[in-house]
Design a protein around this ligand. Structure first.
Ligand code: SF4
Length: 310
């Protein structure tokens, strides 16, 4: 196995299905909960296929993949096949149970990305609509530390309700020593944020200062892998080295294997279909590097906030 496709590494995002024990208000999968879950046999077949395609990273996601009884089996199968990096994105609740945390670590998983949407239960649980979910993810982080598992990342979906809390959330990540964090400007293309756009989606000019403040706190603490995702670059001029898309375009080819679709160029199709630059971008010095902003965003707020960079 090469682990590479050309000069870039191949990352396969394996969706197990859309069932979840949280009910996040902005979830992109909000309208897909009832779709059938993949079977264990299907997932095991896909781990073989991923290895054969030369996947360097296999990221297992849901919904919430850790609530499946076969989660550890799928991780262990991928590791046994020799996939170099197996990770999962999770709401973190299952790790509150020390025995479950121990079994997942023993499966051989390489890294775990916690979705944290606020610095406290008030903000986080209001967004997940799952009372107790923040306390559980916090216990989960502590349990993983106690097991000596340190390859933990974080991701935060930025919406109106939590944007002012991002600096406090940055301090939460710092306290837990999380070196790999993404602050993700909410995607209104489908699901919860599309259905409740006005309530959830902030203007980029209002969200960006909080996102940059969070990134600055990370930089000051030596966190070199804290990034912003899905943002127009003109609002991030002082942290252009901390943009997820710029980084991932250089390093990865990404495929999405979901129950209801397969996308063999998730990075390229996002830039070509879901995000847009406008006439205001003409002549911008960052035009080539920038993906613009969500097309759905432009339909509602227009492009007045985009600022050609000279
Ligand atoms: S003006 Fe357009 S191309 Fe330039 S940084 Fe802003 S969104 Fe990107």
């Amino acid at each position: 196995m090469t682990g590479k496709k050309g000069a870039k590494k191949l990352k396969i995002v394996l969706f197990t299905g859309y069932a979840c024990n949280n009910n996040c208000v902005f979830c992109i999968d909000a309208d897909k909960r009832a779709l059938p879950q993949k079977s264990t046999a299907e997932l095991l077949r896909e781990t073989v296929r991923a290895r054969n395609r030369g996947a360097y990273i296999l990221e297992i996601i849901g919904g919430e993949s850790t609530i499946r009884p076969d989660f550890n089996r799928v991780v262990a199968a991928a590791k046994k096949l020799g996939v170099p990096q197996v990770s999962c994105a999770t709401n973190g609740r299952v790790f509150a149970d020390p025995a479950a945390a121990k079994k997942i670590v023993a499966s051989g998983i390489d890294s775990i990305i916690f979705s944290v949407h606020g610095p406290n239960a008030r903000v986080h649980d209001a967004l997940t609509r799952a009372p107790g979910s923040f306390a559980q993810l916090k216990r989960g982080l502590e349990n993983l530390r106690a097991l000596g598992f340190t390859r933990i990342g974080g991701n935060t979906t930025v919406v109106k309700r939590n944007m002012a809390a991002l600096p406090a959330l940055a301090r939460f990540y710092l306290k837990h020593g999380i070196n790999n964090v993404e602050y993700i400007f909410v995607d209104p293309t489908y699901g919860g944020a599309k259905n409740n756009f006005g309530k959830l989606v902030p203007r980029i000019s209002e969200a960006a200062p909080y996102m940059r403040a969070a990134l600055a706190l990370g930089r000051a603490a030596g966190m070199d892998q804290w990034k912003a995702r899905y943002v127009p670059l003109c609002h991030f001029g002082d942290c252009l080295g901390q943009i997820s898309e710029t980084n991932e375009r250089k390093l990865f080819l990404t495929e999405h294997w979901a129950p209801d679709f397969r996308n063999t160029d998730a990075i390229g199709s996002r830039a070509a279909v879901s995000r847009q630059k406008t006439a205001r971008c003409r002549g911008c010095k960052l035009y080539g590097a920038c993906e613009g902003i969500w097309a759905e965003y432009l339909k509602v707020y227009g492009d007045r906030e985009l600022k050609r960079m000279k």
